[in-house]
Design a protein. Structure first.
Length: 134
């Protein structure tokens, strides 16, 4: 396990099972399991979690891509961070073996990093302004 995962494991409070190696897991697929293809994604944030909506670009209309959204995965920020570490480790290993993966454009949010921070701050403030439910 990488040092990043070890550090995150200590701070996260998640059970050890959340960090189990694939060889130490038994995986069962439900009837709802689907394998999907995505060449587009959109990341959304809330006060509590992160969501990634995956889709496929299926065409173009008036110079804009038509994206067929397929699935949204909601997760805690802790699991999102674990996912980012795992993906980085896999991509680093792939690039070490086969060379750099070229990205044709710079992936950024609509308003860039400042927009992401502002969006998060606005969402947190709007949650704090709401009266408690119940």
């Amino acid at each position: 396990m990488s040092k990043q995962i070890d550090d995150l494991k200590k701070r996260s409070g998640l059970p050890d099972e959340a960090f189990a190696k694939a060889a130490d897991q038994i995986r069962v697929r439900t009837e709802r399991f689907r394998q999907l293809y995505a060449n587009n994604m959109q990341v959304g944030i809330s006060s509590w979690d992160l969501a990634i909506t995956f889709g496929e670009i299926i065409g173009e209309k008036e110079g804009k891509p038509i994206i067929e959204e397929t699935v949204r995965v909601n997760m805690t920020r802790e699991i999102a961070k674990v996912l980012s570490i795992i993906l980085k480790n896999h991509i680093d290993a792939f690039e070490a073996a086969y060379g750099e993966i070229k990205i044709p454009i710079e992936p950024v949010a609509p308003e860039g990093a400042a927009g992401i921070a502002a969006q998060a701050e606005n969402q947190v403030e709007s949650q704090l302004d709401k009266p408690p439910a119940g």
